[in-house]
Structure formats: structure tokens, C-alpha cells
Design a protein around this ligand. Structure first.
Ligand code: PGA
Length: 277
């Protein structure tokens, strides 16, 4: 797949916000205001809000096979399918509720002490259940200041993807595996990376994928930027050909922000499709 044919994706990570009483209405508003051709939109509410969001999007807004509409994603999955794991949710349990999931978010790494090895198992479990999976990687500020950002991301990818046959991971689904580059120092801080730095890291991610054995040097794997993305800075990221969209936290709870972010992503999607006048 040539680079310009990669899908453009905007995923919203609602984290520990919303309730089953208000999540459906928020999803409906976002879906209605952010309808833009060719942008794959994904909303990741808390588990207990998945059904409300799914129901609110039923009908014209619901995800279609080509990625149009709005898909519903989980924020995490357990690495086993069933078992004595109190409080955990497995990938097969999400059938009928979600078609996507995030794994390896830095807040899970920080708060639940998730290791790259464990995240790799979650990734396999998610893909085995057919969930389209966004794998998060990214360095701490100290790593960046020490010039180690590329090394950190390379190590994260190698460990998370160890033992996975690249072809089997994505399968024949161009949305099967997405990597989100999320520098930890930019998440929820209001301090975003520069577009050029994110593009450099997307290059590092694809170099790591290539050395792991991904076909076409990882060029067909979408790479998103995440970390304090808003309508004010999305242009900086979408202007980079190596960046295929955004994983949005705080701003994804605001329908007008999501509308503006998706609109800007839509310009890139249209340009890639060759339909921009
Ligand atoms: P943020 O979160 O946009 O609020 O920084 C991004 C994320 O955690 O994915």
C-alpha cells in the first residue's frame, strides 16, 4: 500500500469520564457534528458506557465495513479470554459492544504497572477476538531530554510485538493494527509535541516495524499522534505525511473540538484520495 493510501483516523479516548446516563448523548452530538468523508472516527468510552454509546450510534451513524460512520472502542482489554481475574474485561466480552480497543496507554502503564510484555499479550488477545487495535507507545520527558526517545519507542514496539507474526497481526484488515505515538510528557498537560518531532517518531516507529519484519517497511500501518491534541494544533500534525490522524483525550469530550479536529483530518483524507480541488 502506498503511503498516501493509508486511512486517516481520529480516535477519542474518554478515559474515566461520562456515565451511562450522558455518554450516549455526547456520542450522538460528536457523530452528528464530525461527519466528514473518509475519516475513520472511533469513540472509546468507559466500559460501562459502551452499550449506551453503541445504542446512540445505531442507525446512520453506526460504523460501516469501510470505516465510515463512528466506531466504538474500549480503552483496554485483559490478556486472557476468561478466568479468575476480578474486575477485568476480556476482548471476547466486547462482542456486540466494541469493534476497536486501545492497549498500552501510558496511564495503564503508569497506574496498572503494565509492562510491554503484558501489553503484547493484550494486543494478541484483542486481535484474536477481531478487535481493531490501537497500540500506544511513547517516551517520558527524561528520555526525550536524554536523546533516547527513538530507543524507548523501538524497545516498546519490539517487546510488545515479540512473538507476533506481523502478517497475522493486522490480518487483511488495513485497520487491524494502528500505532499511536503518545509522548508521555504531552498527555493531559496541554504541552503538545511539535509536528516535526512527531513525524520523526513516526519514522522511528516504521523503522522498528520494518526491522521486526512488517511488509513494506511498516508503511501500511497507520501512525497517530496523541498528546494534548486540540483544534488549535491538529493542523501541525495532519500536515505531516507520516502522521495518519490523532488519538485525542480531553478534547474528545467536546463535540465542537472533535468536529474541528475531524474536519482538519478530512482535508488530509481528501488530499490522499486525490479529491481535493
Ligand atoms: P490528551 O490525552 O489529549 O488529553 O492529552 C491523549 C491520550 O491520553 O490519548
Amino acid at each position: 500500500m502506498i503511503r498516501s493510501m493509508r486511512p486517516v483516523i481520529v480516535a477519542g479516548n474518554w478515559k474515566m469520564h461520562t456515565t451511562p446516563a450522558d455518554a450516549g448523548e455526547l456520542a450522538r452530538l460528536i457523530a452528528a457534528r464530525s461527519r466528514v468523508d473518509r475519516v475513520v472516527r472511533v469513540l472509546c468510552p468507559p466500559y460501562v458506557c459502551l452499550a449506551a454509546v453503541r445504542n446512540a450510534l445505531a442507525g446512520p451513524a453506526v460504523e460501516a465495513a469501510d470505516g465510515s460512520g463512528v466506531a466504538v472502542g474500549a480503552q483496554d482489554v485483559h490478556h486472557e479470554a476468561t478466568g479468575a481475574f476480578t474486575g477485568a474485561i476480556s476482548a471476547p466480552m466486547l462482542a456486540g459492544l466494541a469493534t476497536w480497543t486501545i492497549v498500552g496507554h501510558s496511564e495503564r502503564r503508569r497506574d496498572a504497572c503494565e509492562t510491554d510484555e503484558l501489553i503484547g499479550r493484550k494486543l494478541m488477545a484483542a486481535r484474536a477476538a477481531g478487535l481493531r487495535t490501537i497500540l500506544c507507545v511513547g517516551e517520558q520527558l527524561a528520555d526525550r531530554d536524554a536523546g533516547l526517545a527513538r530507543d524507548v519507542v523501538d524497545r516498546q514496539l519490539r517487546t510488545c510485538l515479540a512473538g507476533a507474526a506481523p502478517a497475522a497481526l493486522a490480518g487483511d484488515d488495513p485497520l487491524g493494527l494502528t500505532i499511536a505515538y503518545e509522548p508521555v510528557w504531552a498527555i493531559g498537560t496541554g504541552r503538545n509535541a511539535r509536528g516535526a518531532d512527531a513525524a520523526e517518531m513516526a519514522g522511528a516507529i516504521r523503522a522498528a516495524l520494518a526491522s521486526i519484519g512488517f511488509a513494506d517497511g511498516g508503511e501500511d500501518v497507520p501512525v497517530l499522534y496523541g498528546g494534548s491534541v486540540t483544534s488549535s494544533n491538529i493542523d501541525e500534525f495532519m500536515a505531516e505525511p507520516s502522521i495518519d490522524g490523532a488519538l485525542v483525550g480531553g478534547a474528545s469530550l467536546r463535540p465542537d473540538e472533535m468536529a474541528a479536529i475531524v474536519a482538519r483530518a478530512g482535508l488530509t483524507a481528501a488530499a490522499r484520495a486525490g479529491t481535493l480541488a
